[in-house]
Design a protein around this ligand. Structure first.
Ligand SMILES: Cc1cc2nc3c(=O)[nH]c(=O)nc-3n(C[C@H](O)[C@H](O)[C@H](O)COP(=O)(O)O)c2cc1C
Length: 196
């Protein structure tokens, strides 16, 4: 299986970078191939131009798309699965990744009639987070993330969807280091069993 990884973290000195590497190690151990978009490293532009906005607002499918958007769409259509890996920022994906959806999920590709986007077999959303799962359930944030990430952004664009939150990993938490190991093992296995 070929997996497109959309990765968004501003620093290599991070737990999320370890998550990315464990996931890739899991993929490779099972013989999967992958292509990576490292959005901060690519300096991926995440705010829409006026032309891009007007194309979406008026459903002008015939208008051309920027080369960087086409390149991302080609990575999607040449893959079988997609995995998003990022930290949780203010109870959402980082603006870098949210802006990727704004620009890459275009009319005629990700929505509208006769969409050009291939339906992917699997969509995985992996978010690292400072808070605990208990907190996310108590506050309803878990449900909100599930709705927005899986049922809106991924929707029927993928057949099988999964949200993985790797919790309690912020630096102020004493147990941060202990929390890393099971989380990294979990994403390694998620990479290994993707598509099974
Ligand atoms: C700007 C910013 C906003 C954040 N917002 C949240 C949040 O809403 N909920 C949460 O659990 N953690 C939040 N965090 C913590 C990150 O998710 C944390 O960085 C993550 O657990 C992984 O650590 P890493 O940065 O070493 O990869 C935030 C961190 C930053 C820098």
């Amino acid at each position: 299986m070929r997996v497109f990884i959309v990765y968004a973290h501003p620093s290599e000195d991070s737990f999320t970078k370890e998550v990315r590497d464990s996931f890739i190690a899991g993929l490779e151990s099972a013989g999967h191939r992958y292509v990576l978009s490292d959005l901060y490293k690519m300096n991926f532009k995440t705010d829409m131009s006026e032309d891009e906005y007007l194309r979406e607002a008026y459903y002008r499918r015939e208008l051309s798309l920027p080369a960087d958007v086409i390149a991302e769409q080609e990575k999607i259509n040449s893959s079988d699965a997609i995995a998003f890996i990022s930290p949780l920022f203010w109870s959402d994906a980082p603006a870098k990744l949210v802006g990727w959806f704004d620009r890459v999920w275009t009319y005629g590709f990700a929505y509208g009639e006769n969409r050009a986007m291939k339906q992917l077999e699997k969509g995985l959303v992996i978010l690292s987070a400072g808070n605990t799962m208990e907190y996310f359930h108590q506050t309803g944030i878990y449900g909100a993330l599930e709705k927005v990430m899986l049922y809106d952004r991924l929707f029927d664009r993928v057949k099988e969807k999964e949200l993985i939150i790797l919790d309690a990993t912020s630096r102020e938490k004493e147990q941060r280091e202990q929390n890393w190991k099971p989380h990294l093992e979990r994403v390694f296995r998620a990479g290994q069993k993707i598509g099974m």
